[in-house]
Design a binder for this molecule. Structure first.
Ligand code: ADP
Ligand code: MG
Length: 252
């Protein structure tokens, strides 16, 4: 796997800030005033029980849902007045289910975004795809169909697809939760590489080892609020709140 440094340091890392974010679905007040500060080039891991609002937070931060209240800033500037498509180009997202197009080759799956959204021609988009495949260690799969790859390889393709848009920030939402245990490591290693090379990242995960070792900050959510946030050592070794201690005792 080639190092990812040149792809990331070619651009300036940017910070991401969410302040007092609120969102309700009908009567369900899902985000109840969430603050998140991700400094440029750092990784924040979001942990918390199922239903606590972690996925919704990511979806509000890239405006797949518009917040009812609060502000979102990239590089210190509010993005709420911008075209949401522009914001989503700046934030790459990787989900639990990779949603690759089954009838397109791996390279075509990656080239699609750069062609459609970055306006590259066919050859340029192919070159971008091949470069991203090199980074995720899958050049030999360029012309394969996604279905012939393992889940871990498909998730690395999904990461390559996101990186091909040259995002300034990467979101991961339980990117390894659907993978067989033996495939998790390769995907986490790739995510750790990205973090190491200075990508600004927000990672929702149940992988507490990853959260402890790779994050700069950990944010613990419960019932739509940030109950506790801090450095990994603080969160995992000296949790202050009873709710966080109870959560950790269940997952560790
Ligand atoms: P988590 O990712 O922490 O498991 P979610 O953000 O998915 O939690 O969900 C938080 C709450 O928001 C849950 O009560 C869920 O049912 C609700 N919710 C999430 N997405 C939607 C939606 N699109 N429409 C209605 N309710 C939703
Ligand atoms: Mg979720």
């Amino acid at each position: 796997m080639r190092d990812v440094a040149d792809t990331i340091t070619a651009r300036e890392a940017v910070s991401l800030t969410g302040t007092d974010l609120h969102l309700s679905f009908g009567k369900n007040h899902v985000l109840r005033g969430v603050d998140i500060q991700v400094d440029a080039g750092t990784t924040t891991t979001v942990i918390g029980p199922s239903g606590s609002g972690k996925s919704t937070l990511l979806r509000v931060l890239n405006r797949l849902h518009e917040p009812d209240q609060g502000d979102i800033l990239l590089d210190g500037r509010s993005v709420l007045q911008d075209n949401p498509d522009e914001l989503r180009r700046r934030i790459g997202m990787v989900f639990q289910h990779f949603n690759l197009f089954p009838h397109k080759t791996v390279a075509d799956n990656i080239a699609l975004g750069p062609r459609k959204l970055r306006g590259l021609d066919k050859d340029e988009a192919r070159a971008v795809a091949m470069r991203q495949l090199e980074i995720v260690g899958l050049t030999n799969k360029a012309d394969a169909r996604p279905g012939s790859l393992s889940g871990g390889q498909q998730q690395r393709v999904a990461i390559a697809r996101a990186l091909a848009m040259e995002p300034q920030v990467m979101f991961f939402d339980e990117a390894t939760s659907a993978l067989d245990p033996e495939l998790v490591k390769g995907v986490l290693a790739l995510m750790a590489d990205l973090a190491q090379e200075g990508m600004t990242m927000v990672v929702v995960t149940h992988e507490m080892g990853y959260a402890r070792n790779v994050s700069d900050n950990v944010l613990f959510m419960d019932h739509g609020v940030v109950v506790e946030t801090g450095k990994p050592e603080q969160i995992f070794d000296s949790a202050e709140s009873e709710r966080l201690r109870a959560f950790l005792s269940q997952v560790l």
